[in-house]
Design a protein around this ligand. Structure first.
Ligand SMILES: Cc1ncc(COP(=O)(O)O)c(C=O)c1O
Length: 388
């Protein structure tokens, strides 16, 4: 399993983003971590090797990424996977039939699909609650609860969970707290510092930042948990190829430069949207009108570029989506380029319509991933799209 270099934890965030986990390559001194495009490693003799035997278990490019992101999250161990969902799947295999999980009701649709359509049939039990209210987490805890699973802010409704309160409740019940930190990125929020036991990301999003790979990563501190997750990683093998790991690692080098710009654009666009459709229809934790604005300020240092907007009907949503030019109509988020999407028919299509409606993921809801383009151009694009 991959443990951070201890001295990497001492530097400030931007320095860690660029250097953590990476040392000049010993053969030629290449400053960039090589792409170790290999499936296996030659062994010197039986039982003698350089610490690498077979690339499902360990790959130096992947290790550099794991160390890098672990340091950004302020954690000790990193585990890279072939997708965010592959990461969740391997984490969930830490649990066994009869274990109970309290899960946020508004997690990414693919997580709900994995839990409800797959893992439930293996005997894991799930209770879904509105984790905005910590008391509901407490009320859902059972003697067999082993995990509290939250996403904050949530996709797409931008709801927040009080991380400190959730960690306390989980720990009082001898359960772990797992946090999906994909929307905030470690630049704006570090869940381990609030008591979370495992933090995970779809690296596909802000960490990579360039929409050119799919990946996931988990970071944690506990030695025993790390040993068990490494076992699952190697046993199930949902690992990223070295090139994808390298792309993610290249992305994290500029995380501290990209995130402030996402945040700046996000704030300006959210303010513009409020003027257009009213603050009750704009979901962005950086707005004072967001019901959890105070909590956002307490546990996040910025709000990023994700905004959802309620337009009332599918027709209105479609009118805006189809007229956008700079905002491309596409699933995913967190890249340098701006995207726009329709959660009900895209990211959350796997959630049953009644459940979507109950959550507030309506046919009129659109989601913006504000990129790092010049904000005037983004606003001009929205202006002509909303004119419809
Ligand atoms: C918040 C969140 N978590 C997890 C995932 C799943 O990640 P991946 O698509 O890399 O499997 C996504 C994907 O959109 C997401 O938005």
């Amino acid at each position: 399993m991959t443990r951070v270099f201890d001295d990497d934890l001492e530097a400030a965030f931007g320095t860690r983003a660029i250097h953590a986990g990476q040392r000049p390559e010993p053969l030629a001194g290449a400053i960039m971590t090589p792409i170790y495009q290999t499936s296996t490693y030659v062994q010197e003799a039986l039982g003698e090797n350089k610490g690498y035997e077979y690339a499902r278990g360990k790959n130096p490019t992947r290790e550099a990424l794991e160390r890098n992101v672990a340091s950004l999250e302020g954690g000790r161990y990193g585990f890279a996977f072939s997708s965010g969902m592959g990461c969740v799947d391997s984490i969930m295999k830490l649990f066994r039939a009869g274990d109970h999980i309290v899960c946020g009701e508004n997690v990414y649709g693919g997580v709900f699909r994995l839990f409800d359509k797959v893992l439930r049939h293996y005997g894991l039990e799930f209770t879904y609650v509105d984790t905005r209210d910590a008391q509901r987490i407490a009320d859902a805890m059972q003697p067999n609860t082993r995990l509290v699973f939250v996403e904050t802010p949530t996709n797409p409704l931008m709801r927040l969970t009080d991380l400190r309160a959730a960690a306390d409740i989980a720990h009082r019940g001898n359960a772990l707290l797992l946090v999906d930190n994909t929307f905030a990125s470690p630049y704006f929020q570090q869940p381990l510092s609030f008591g979370a036991d495992i933090v995970y990301h779809s690296t596909t999003k802000y960490l990579n930042g360039h929409s050119d790979m799919i990946g996931g990563i988990a970071v944690l501190n506990d030695d025993d948990l790390a040993t068990r997750l490494q076992f699952n990683l190697n046993a199930a093998g949902a690992v990223p190829g070295p090139f994808d790991a390298w792309l993610a690692l290249r992305g994290t080098k500029t995380l501290h430069l990209r995130m402030p710009r996402h945040d700046q654009n996000g704030r300006q666009i959210a303010a513009w949207l409020v003027e257009k459709v009213g603050d009750e229809n704009v979901f962005y934790p950086g707005l004072e009108s967001h019901p959890q604005f105070e909590l956002a300020r307490r546990q996040m240092t910025g709000f990023g570029g994700m905004i959802s907007v309620e337009l009332g009907t599918k027709e209105r949503a479609n009118a805006v989506l189809s007229r956008c030019r700079l905002f491309s109509l596409a699933e995913s988020l967190g890249g340098v380029e701006s995207l726009i999407s329709h959660p009900a028919s895209m990211t959350h299509a796997s959630v049953e319509p009644e459940r979507r409606a109950k959550l507030g993921i309506t046919e009129g809801l659109i989601r913006l991933s504000c990129g790092v383009e010049d904000v005037e151009d983004l606003l001009a694009d929205l202006d002509q799209a909303f004119a419809s």
